[in-house]
Ligand binder design. Structure first.
Ligand SMILES: Nc1ncnc2c1ncn2[C@@H]1O[C@H](COP(=O)(O)OP(=O)(O)O)[C@@H](O)[C@H]1O
Ligand SMILES: [Mg+2]
Length: 312
């Protein structure tokens, strides 16, 4: 299959509960090999979307294909190809990590030898091999979540869907989970990750979709969303300058990396690809003007996200 193969293809996908619309006309394509982040505040419709992808809840209307299959009519095929880690992992607390995975391996039809090999491999991948024989009741939430990822990997899914995998996890646990997810993508697995925690998503996702009140309000790479929100250039630099002359503006425009310069009252608004504050200060002085204040901001998903969510 080529890089461009769609693993998720939806058009106008809608879910209503009574007269409340939880997901409204979602049109989305996710391609093979992507780590796609489904972002949005609580109640945005992320879990409802995931449940429809899995065929666990029926869409009210719209078209949906998952790896080319209809999740409702071809439920078994979808279940074979897609792994799912729900928001709250349900393991048997009085069994060990390995015993819990034994259960999943049996459900997936692996024989004893296959199961032993696979369980060993997935526990290694998530860094829980030394804890294989420890009871789940002694596991931290982060360890349970990593075991949840191991559990998903037992059946070698083409696509793994994780619903809020880092929610409530301590920073060290978050690091471990994100690095496992990156490792899965390296092994050509596609990952869909839902989260309201932007800084986690920003670290691992190649593309994100931002949901708010059931709508997909933006869908792109973080870089492109940044450009669309904050203009060309990764940095926004504002310089209080007096006087602002054409000479000063031209000198700044000629600095390498500067994308645009705009003068508003006594402030120069500059966007640039790199942090060029020193060069700007130099250009202002060299052209007989004075900079009395300067601030810089780098775009991040937080700003993009707030912008889109607030507009709803
Ligand atoms: N079974 C249900 N019945 C009625 N309303 C529901 C049901 N499931 C979810 N909702 C509502 O749909 C909206 C989206 O929920 P959800 O998909 O869980 O959001 P998210 O995962 O983004 O937090 C929420 O307002 C929620 O209360
Ligand atoms: Mg949810």
């Amino acid at each position: 299959m080529s890089q461009a193969t769609a693993i998720i293809d939806s058009k106008d996908l809608t879910k209503r509960y009574g007269n409340f619309t939880a997901v409204d006309k979602l049109t989305l394509t996710i391609r093979e090999g992507e780590i796609f982040g489904l972002l949005g505040p609580n109640g945005a419709g992320k879990t409802t979307t995931i449940l429809m992808l899995l065929g666990l809840t029926e869409p009210t209307s719209g078209i949906l294909k998952v790896c080319g299959y209809d999740p409702l009519r071809e439920a078994i095929k979808v279940k074979r190809t897609v792994g799912y880690l729900p928001e709250r992992v349900g393991f048997y607390e009085d069994l060990t990590a390995k015993q819990n995975l034994d259960y999943t391996a049996a459900l997936n039809g692996l024989n004893y030898a296959e199961a032993e090999k696979k369980i060993d491999e997935v526990l290694e991948t998530v860094g829980l091999k030394p804890k294989a024989d420890q009871l789940l009741s002694q596991f931290s939430l982060g360890m349970k979540q990593r075991l949840g990822i191991a559990d998903v990997m037992i059946k070698n899914p083409k696509v793994a869907i994780f619903d809020e995998p880092t929610s409530g996890i301590d920073p060290e646990g978050v690091e471990q989970i994100l690095s496992i997810i990156l490792g899965m993508a390296k092994r050509k697995m596609s990952v869909i990750l839902s989260s309201h925690q932007l800084h986690h998503v920003q670290r691992v996702c190649s593309r994100v979709g931002i949901m708010a009140k059931g709508h997909l309000v933006a869908e792109d790479s973080i870089e492109n969303l940044g450009k669309a929100t904050l203009g060309e250039g990764k940095f926004r630099i504002e310089v209080q300058t007096s006087p602002i002359t054409e000479k000063v503006i031209q000198a700044i425009k000629h600095i390498k990396g500067v994308a645009s310069v705009e003068a508003i009252d006594n402030i120069l608004k500059i966007s640039s690809e790199s942090d060029v504050r020193n060069q700007i200060a130099r250009a202002i002085i060299d052209n007989d003007s004075l900079a009395t204040g300067m601030k810089i901001e780098e775009y991040n998903l937080e700003k993009i996200y707030l912008k889109y969510v607030k507009e709803q």
